[in-house]
Design a protein around this ligand. Structure first.
Ligand SMILES: CC(C)(COP(=O)(O)OP(=O)(O)OC[C@H]1O[C@@H](n2cnc3c(N)ncnc32)[C@H](O)[C@@H]1OP(=O)(O)O)[C@@H](O)C(=O)NCCC(=O)NCCS
Length: 149
């Protein structure tokens, strides 16, 4: 039987409480949220969203952030669906590449076609993003997924 399509949709102001809960539960930082386009995994039947991802676009490149799936919903493909959704949006916006900084979620990004690169590979425009400047991410691995040849 085919896998059900993950109900990824753009976040709305009604998702705010669920977004804060997801971020706090995953112990992620609330950095840069206001500057990013956000998508959530719909919780169904009016229940709170169970997953989140953000994409910040600057200078023709994108930076993913705030990727999290509620603990009881993990390993079901939702994290990957969120990343693929953001990548499709980035492609439609003609972004040249999408970057991610992560200490713990490298496997998900690699499954989505990202490759680890040195911090020097981050475009100058993205280095001004709060997520990149945050001390908490100083040791995070940088991943890139080129979108244009
Ligand atoms: C990272 C996270 C979003 C992954 O969400 P998820 O819905 O479980 O991910 P998926 O089910 O789509 O997994 C995709 C692939 O990633 C890899 N993967 C995911 N979680 C993994 C884990 N804990 N250990 C090893 N590989 C893992 C697997 O290859 C998996 O594919 P498979 O299940 O077919 O083997 C989730 O674990 C999470 O919210 N973690 C806490 C927050 C966090 O660290 N966010 C990263 C900030 S950049």
């Amino acid at each position: 039987m085919p896998e059900p399509t993950a109900p990824v949709r753009p976040a709305t102001t009604r998702d705010l409480d669920a977004i804060v809960a997801l971020i706090e539960h995953a112990r992620l930082e609330l950095t840069g949220l206001g500057e990013a386009k956000l998508w959530v995994v719909d919780g169904g039947s009016g229940r709170p969203a169970v997953g989140l991802i953000g994409l910040e676009a600057r200078g023709g490149a994108g930076l993913l952030g705030s990727l999290t799936v509620r603990a009881d919903q993990r390993r079901r493909g939702l994290g990957r669906a969120l990343v693929e959704h953001a990548l499709a949006h980035a492609g439609a916006q003609h972004l040249a590449a999408v970057y991610a900084l992560t200490a713990a979620a490298g496997a998900v990004f690699e499954r989505c076609g990202f490759e680890p690169v040195g911090r020097d590979a981050l475009p100058a425009a993205l280095r001004t993003c709060r997520q990149v400047r945050a001390d908490a991410n100083a040791d995070a691995q940088v991943y890139v997924r080129p979108l244009l040849d």
